[in-house]
Write a protein that binds this ligand. Structure first.
Ligand SMILES: CC(=O)SCCNC(=O)CCNC(=O)[C@H](O)C(C)(C)COP(=O)(O)OP(=O)(O)OC[C@H]1O[C@@H](n2cnc3c(N)ncnc32)[C@H](O)[C@@H]1OP(=O)(O)O
Length: 226
């Protein structure tokens, strides 16, 4: 039940990633989680203690009223799928408020610029002058150094480290534990494999991995990467 100090929030998705997002949002004093939406599980399915699947995305207009929901968070780890879901919700509810899910242990520079719909995990550090777009994932214990740019729907997996002045393009996924040297530009829709060391600029629609990372293939928007 919403009280006077907390806004009711719905989490879109109910996977393992959604449970991490729920853990984060439950630690944010301004929000109360009303439940989840997930088209692949019947309403009433318990997900996290008493919190259940309330319906699917198409039910959102009714769910907002029934549960006094004031905003939501898309907790879908796949960058492309997350963008498709965001587009569907925006078409259905143009004024829907997408919150940022920011773990209280994250350390964010006061000069950080950030949009909406982003997840910032436990112990992440984001340093001065960095700009984060919308619907990105900065996962657990990532270190995003000064003057980086992360475009919309980009993601960095747990333990990623970037140097200063790194740009990561829209929809690009940086794998777990990758290290990216300072002043590197990574294009859009690109994948950096787990544990990679990136020392060169990387174009759009590429897969690179290894130490040092090398070009291992090309890809199309929406290709799987996990
Ligand atoms: C909370 C979370 O879970 S966040 C998500 C965390 N997960 C990740 O970060 C995963 C990122 N994805 C990867 O690293 C993937 O391995 C990819 C996308 C780079 C490559 O995937 P695929 O194209 O399917 O490669 P595939 O598994 O077929 O492996 C092909 C070869 O490359 C090697 N390889 C794959 N990934 C890597 C890597 N990151 N570094 C070095 N070698 C690699 C494999 O060992 C294999 O070598 P082999 O032919 O000698 O056996």
């Amino acid at each position: 039940m919403e009280n006077q100090t907390k806004k009711n929030i719905v989490i879109i998705g109910s996977s393992g990633h959604a449970m991490v997002a729920a853990d984060i949002i439950s630690l944010m004093p301004e929000y109360h989680i009303a439940g989840f939406t997930d088209a692949s599980r019947p309403p009433g399915t318990l997900c996290r203690g008493p919190l259940a699947v309330l319906g699917n995305e198409n039910d959102l207009p009714q769910l907002l009223q029934a549960h006094h929901i004031r905003g939501g968070f898309i907790a879908i780890g796949d960058n492309w799928v997350r963008s498709l879901v965001a587009a569907r919700i925006k078409a259905l509810l143009p004024d829907f408020h997408f919150i940022n899910a920011i773990h209280p242990s994250a350390i964010l520079s006061p000069s950080l610029t950030i949009g909406s719909g982003n997840m910032i995990g436990a112990n992440a550090v984001i340093n001065a002058g960095t700009r984060i777009g919308n619907f990105t994932i900065i996962n657990t214990s990532s270190c995003i150094e000064h003057d980086n740019i992360l475009e919309d729907y980009a993601s960095v997996a747990p333990g990623t480290i970037t140097g200063g002045n790194v740009n990561i393009g829209a929809f690009t996924a940086v794998g777990i534990g990758a290290v990216i040297r300072h002043r590197i530009n990574i294009g859009a829709h690109t994948i950096i494999g787990a544990g990679s060391l990136v020392l060169k600029d990387i174009p759009d629609y590429n897969t690179w991995y290894g130490s040092p990372a090398k070009m291992m293939g090309t890809r199309k928007a929406g290709d799987k990467y996990l």
